[in-house]
Design a protein around this ligand. Structure first.
Ligand code: ADP
Length: 201
């Protein structure tokens, strides 16, 4: 038996964080790639200099921190830039994830990866779980959660990896169009399935 590493993804408002929380309550270990990327791009980190050398000044806030929203928009509309950014960040992120994985001890580890677009970029993942919900439902949920309007949310969705593309990478898909109880049930069942396969690998 060994640790089973699951990559958890889905667009904004799909329910990733909610699913992550349920897995965590069930006993999974969690790693957030967003949090790691955030830590690695602080001003005292090597990646910060590499990124600003390439993209500054347009992606800097007045306080010198990276403007993540601008950076997201920039790399979405220019795949050369996206590839350059990924070549700076991914090796560092993967290194940090691997260190975290060595410190994990449970049967199941969930790695939350909002912008997962290629499995080969994350060779330590055993399976990919995509959370899916209709766009109109996602928008209504985010309107309440983030107090943004529909146009703002659509603009964010447009900079993310397309839902169909993510679903084509999935080993498992949870549909989250229903009630929270339903979602909790689905996550509990999947957790049991993951426990079973973690005993087989
Ligand atoms: P993501 O992390 O994918 O952006 P969240 O898990 O934060 O999405 O979910 C978006 C919002 O919708 C949150 O406020 C969350 O509490 C709510 N939410 C998620 N799933 C459901 C559901 N099945 N029913 C009602 N609200 C939900």
């Amino acid at each position: 038996m060994r640790m089973l590493v699951i990559g958890l993804t889905g667009g904004i408002g799909s329910g990733k964080s909610t699913v992550a929380r349920i897995f965590s309550q069930l006993g999974s270990d969690m790693i957030s790639m967003d949090k790691i990327a955030h830590e690695l791009t602080q001003q005292d980190q090597p990646a910060y200099r590499q990124i600003t050398d390439l993209f500054a000044p347009e992606i800097l806030l007045a306080d010198g921190n990276l403007d993540r929203k601008k950076l997201g928009q920039l790399i979405f509309s220019d795949s050369d830039k996206r590839i350059k950014l990924e070549s700076i960040l991914h090796p560092k992120i993967n290194q940090r994830v691997k260190e975290n994985l060595q410190n994990c001890c449970g049967d199941i580890v969930i790695v939350e990866i909002p912008l997962l677009r290629e499995k080969s970029q994350f060779p330590y993942l055993d399976r990919i779980l995509v959370i899916d919900a209709e766009e109109s439902i996602r928008i209504s949920r985010v309107e309440i959660r983030d107090n943004l309007n529909k146009t703002e949310i659509k603009a964010i969705i447009n900079t993310q990896v397309k839902a169909d593309m993510q679903k084509s990478l999935a080993d498992d898909i949870i549909n989250n169009n229903g009630l929270l109880d339903e979602l909790t049930n689905k996550v509990e069942n999947l957790y049991k399935f993951y426990l079973t396969i973690s005993k087989l690998v």
